[in-house]
Design a protein around this ligand. Sequence first.
Ligand code: GLY
Length: 395
Amino acid sequence: MTKFLIFCLGALAASCTGSPSFPDTALDYCAAQVRRTLAELPASDCTLTPRNIAPDSTRWHLNRVCKEEWTAGFWPGVLWYDYEYTGDTTVRNAARRYTEALEFLSHTPAYDHDLGFLVFCSYGNAYRLTQDDRYREVILRTADTLATLFNPRVGTILSWPREIPALGGHNTIMDNMINLEMLFWAAENGGDSRLADIARSHADKTMQYNFRPDGSSYHVAVYDPENGGHLLSRTHQGYSDTSMWARGQAWGIYGFTMCYRFTHDTRYLEFARKITDLYLKRLPDDGIPYWDFDDPAIPAAPRDASAAAVVASALLELSTYLGDEGTVYRTAAEKMLRELDRNYRGGTRCPALLVHSTGHHPAGSEIDYAIIYADYYYYEALLRLRRLNRGEGLF
Ligand code: GLY
């Protein structure tokens, strides 16, 4: 609570001595929105978490935590970022409760690859900010569970076991890149070193088969589970098998940048730059992508604020690995964040940090919604920008 009072006094002092500047203005907005959400959630039941807000709604649609609900780690992650910014122990206590509601995942057989989103966004931030060893142990157990989906004949994690019949084999999706972070981290923090080998193998195969020569991504690559041979690459959530789905590209940019963080393998860094440069070249002027870069309905197609938030966060990290050549990525990230702050706020209509994200367009699901993962990566990116502006390290 003391830290929160200092935060409030700081905000008051800033308003007396002149306006606080970006990104603090945006972070103050995020902190206020988080308190609105907390006020509307049922305090006694932390197994209900915010998932989305429809364009004609003002309140969060809540989903029950379960192994199939891949977004359940983002709300506790938002709370941890808020605690990091404000020091508010009330928020920290809520973050603990929502995080601990996911503990069952560390002793449940793997449902799919999303374990990283679920457990590293929640427990990963929890451990980073509290150093509570019980949190580290949950991460290590879950990393081992995620590794059970690895097929050594293919060299990747099976992202969606349930989709084997529909897709025709062992499938690996671009989103899965994010979940390698938990494996790399576990290998460095008391887990089995084999977890890092799995992550590297998965990243290498993804680089080979989830991308076209120009650096644009396929959502899914399908392999023969017995001999490991590549069968086909295609889309699932994008416009077509030849299009560039914005969030898929975003996961790739974030994922390969993160792979460089853990491995210092320059192949990952160069690849992250390549796929980023294509993304930046194809962006609309305001820096926020349409949901798919090749939807023929552009400019009438919906945007995806979530992809913008993921990329902004990734580019801030990428910028730190490139010396002077990193400036272009930091500048681009800041431009994206300023645009999100200016034109994509949930604001007075609803308590989400951001609106105008697209979930699964081909399925007609979550089009032009507020979605919780956009908020998670937006809060993360703003905090990253703040640390860089203060001359602090990112992690
Ligand atoms: N991981 C699912 C998505 O990006 O929509």
